[in-house]
Ligand binder design. Structure first.
Ligand code: AMP
Ligand code: ZN
Length: 137
């Protein structure tokens, strides 16, 4: 996709600091660096979000995420590492080409995700699960 910034990175039309690539993925430094060592794993073939991934892309993206995460851990010795992946603007996605954030984490680093739990009754969990299972085939 001509107008997609990550497609242009994959095509080497604009610069990026690449750390890893394989047949389906390209991993490069996030330009914003929430913490030093913050990497994005993107699929090479344009897919807007998780819903658009084929099986090979999905498998490769998480395989690359695990592999690069271990290298980030070894390189930066963070206290933790957050895997963050947004689909749709309501979820915080700003670049509409599938990617996974790997963010090394440290106590008090200021990165926050509010997690407003609702703690519904168990019957509700069963109701939600039924809806999902019915669509998994
Ligand atoms: P998201 O909000 O999950 O869609 O994340 C998009 C991320 O892409 C942000 O963290 C940006 O800092 C990052 N980003 C945008 N443009 C570039 C670029 N040209 N090179 C590297 N990272 C980028
Ligand atoms: Zn793209």
């Amino acid at each position: 996709m001509e107008s997609c910034v990550f497609c242009r990175i994959v095509a080497r039309q604009i610069p990026a600091t690449v750390v890893y690539e394989d047949e389906h993925t390209l991993a490069f430094m996030d330009i914003g660096q929430v913490n030093p060592g913050h990497v994005l794993v993107a699929v090479k073939q344009h897919a807007e979000n998780i819903f658009a991934l084929d099986e090979a892309q999905a498998a490769a993206a998480f395989r690359a995420a695990a592999r690069v995460s271990r290298a980030i851990r070894d390189a930066f010795a963070p206290q933790g590492l957050s895997v963050y992946q947004a689909n749709g603007s309501a979820a915080g996605q700003t670049v509409f080409h599938f990617h996974i954030h790997l963010v090394p984490r440290h106590e008090g680093d200021g990165m926050a995700l509010t997690w407003p739990v609702k703690n519904p009754p168990r019957e509700k969990l069963a109701e939600y699960a039924d809806k999902i299972r019915a669509r998994l085939g």
